[in-house]
Ligand binder design. Sequence first.
Ligand SMILES: NC(=O)c1ccc[n+]([C@@H]2O[C@H](COP(=O)([O-])OP(=O)(O)OC[C@H]3O[C@@H](n4cnc5c(N)ncnc54)[C@H](O)[C@@H]3O)[C@@H](O)[C@H]2O)c1
Length: 335
Amino acid sequence: MTVRFGVLGAGRIGQVHARAVASVPGARLVAVADPVAEAARRVADAWGCDIRSIEEIEKSGDVDAVIICTPTDTHADLIERFVRAGKAVFCEKPVDLSLSRVRDCLKVVADTKATLMVGFQRRFDPDFRALKAAIDEGTVGQVEMVTLTSRDPGPPPLDYIKRSGGIFRDMTIHDFDVARWLLGEEVETVQAAASVLTDPEIGKAGDYDSVNVILATASGRQCTITNTRRATYGYDQRIEVHGSKGSVAAENHHQSRVIVANGTGYTRPPLLDFFMTRYVAAYAAEIAAFVEAVEQGTPTPTTGEDGLRALALADAALKSVAEGRVVKVSEVLGG
Ligand SMILES: NC(=O)c1ccc[n+]([C@@H]2O[C@H](COP(=O)([O-])OP(=O)(O)OC[C@H]3O[C@@H](n4cnc5c(N)ncnc54)[C@H](O)[C@@H]3O)[C@@H](O)[C@H]2O)c1
């Protein structure tokens, strides 16, 4: 069986997913939709698919699944529309900026019994998967402390930031998901600090650009996350997990593995420049996992519930910054 795809939104991540679909056996890109004609044309020309409107894709008998790559504030409405139209849905993070809206949306998904996968591609990165496998095999014993470093080379456009829900819901949300995945226990408390250090315009837009977060689980396992929207040396993505028997780490990806040594020291090429290059294999693997779930009718490896939980951690971090205290996740999640 071939899963036939429509991509909704042909911006930064839409182009990435169109390429991922083209690279996955059992997946075929049929159509792309974007109100910006030039954006849709770029994807259609690159991958040889139709340009259709959202309404046309909704009614298309030759589209089995859609990938939602539109701005965040359109996701929940589009998920509901497309699951009601009988399509399997892969949606980029976050599902929405409001927990109650996410809950309502997930109820519609459950009622239609549709397939929904939320895009947390880091879980599919080959290095991070190997790190997780090492943990699961007991190599480092009991997980005690997780350290996540995620630094973007530069900020997205201000218009994007204004619609993004802020750094915790837009950027740290990936780290929140990775933290849940690696800690192996749900997070109970969140403590965060946030500043504007790289560009005052980000502050004027109501957001932060530099944040640190400490998460703790009921048994006391901890995770430290450090994020900034500016790193002069490229896209800095590292994980270290310290356990009772040792530690396991995933290092950065450089443009090549060549290291030159001479009398002045050691030099190596810069880091890969951003998510579009660093996570190519991860994006392809997550689409392959989605295709497998659609074909087999099995649960997706990342779910709407994962989207909800990561958003709750983002909301708790925001509350922690606003109130200057440690916040229990139950305060934002209820229960
Ligand atoms: N998983 C990741 O690594 C990752 C990376 C970047 C962005 N994202 C997420 O993907 C989403 C899009 O981000 P982006 O950086 O690609 O944004 P972007 O601004 O580059 O692209 C969004 C595109 O959607 C189009 N669009 C707007 N409304 C539309 C509609 N109703 N129907 C169809 N197209 C529409 C815009 O014209 C634009 O081309 C965001 O929710 C973001 O959080 C995820």
